[in-house]
Design a protein around this ligand. Sequence first.
Ligand code: ADP
Ligand code: MG
Length: 479
Amino acid sequence: MAEEAINNDSSVQDQWGQICSQLKTEVGETAFDSWLKPLTLGSFNDGVMNICVPTRFMRNWVITHYSDRIHKIWEKTNPAIKNVNFVVQAVQEETHGLYNPTCRSLLKKITSTPAPQNIYQSGINNVVANNNEGSLNDSLSVPLNPQYTFDNFVVGKTNEFAYAAARKVAESRNISFNPLFLYSGVGLGKTHLMHAIAWHIKQQDPSRNIVYLSAEKFMYKFVRALRYKDTTAFKEQFRSVDVLMVDDVQFMGGKDTTQEEFFYTFNSLIEEGRQIIISADKSPADLEGIEARLKSRLGCGLVADIHPTDFDLRMGILNNKAKQLGVELPERVAEFLAQKITSNIRELEGALRRVIAHSQLLSDKEITLDMTQDVLKDMLRSFDKRTTIDEIQKKVAEHFNISVKEMQSSRRARTVARPRQIAMYLAKQLTSRSLPEIGRKFDRDHTTVMHAVRKVEELIVEDVSLAENVDALRRALEA
Ligand code: ADP
Ligand code: MG
């Protein structure tokens, strides 16, 4: 295919659009906005699609975190594309100074909100402004979502503790816990609660300076400051902060200099009696690649986790959301959704939105169970297909003719240990479980899993027959 042809081919642009929306659902809005939204399609050559990235730092990040996934989705969407390549194509802003006054501040400051009754409006404006595909900086700033308030948060058994903790922090004039550390799997309401705290504090006292940012943004910002040798200005920005919220700190794992800077910022704010709120996908102790002293600092306030949803909460959320949208949701449909979509709230809401959109597009066709099942066919199939660690253990054990019990046992004989390592490796590759979670399933700790993953990665290169076995297992599990 000629280079130009594919670029002008609107179907490739369409495919890219679809890929982006799939990635957005998979990685979440924050990560998407920070790392994937700035990517643009480049040229196409010999089966290789070039994707442009604004900076070298971003390129490295995208390659380590997302390239496999992007490659996989492209391949599925368009078989002509055999590989993807990331090229740095500088955005003009990159050549300016770091603190170019025309650049919008990266940190989301809420100080500018004039009065409590305007919060809603100003939130909406922020969201709209940020939707303009514009300069690099636009895609960096994370606006507060006007929907993410305490009023819109449905409380159930699985999240009541985190909710109570968040309310307490938002309502207290004095600092009660510092930091408040919220953790849960994806899509269970951490970001929602953080924004809710911010809106609430701002409503009580508009003069308080609240900064909300993702850990990725913190890192991005800091690395740029290092590059432009301007870390003093970076530190300055945190000086006048009353409440600092850093979302998804697991992304700081392994980034030592950033962690050090964060540790410094964190300590000085705590010492000055400012409130800090942190979120992550794991408890402080389980965070991977985070320095011990930072972990212990993160865990020294109140640690609150949000558990996976239960049926009642899912029903509550569906009914609440439908009411907000002014839609009549039949009980049977709500029950069906609440039974089928158990992974997280983001996906539950996504399913509901799809059903509603469908009914409205077909000139207000009534929402029925049949229609819901039909609209969500693909989505439900992919849920059914998701591999679990149990399945992986079972398949791998069968393949090597050992029992699952042996696989989980402490036996170290090669005939058992190798299949165990392969199962751990596949669990890491095919599920979104963390190393400690995988470890628990094998009665091992996360370092053993990490070791197994590395070992299998090495063996795949050296040992053709092992590589074939792993590949066959992967295909069987993905089928
Ligand atoms: P996380 O940050 O944990 O990945 P989010 O806070 O982004 O999850 O939540 C994902 C989606 O689910 C958001 O749209 C959010 O509004 C919604 N959500 C999460 N928990 C609740 C809840 N208890 N009540 C209503 N909506 C919720
Ligand atoms: Mg979040």
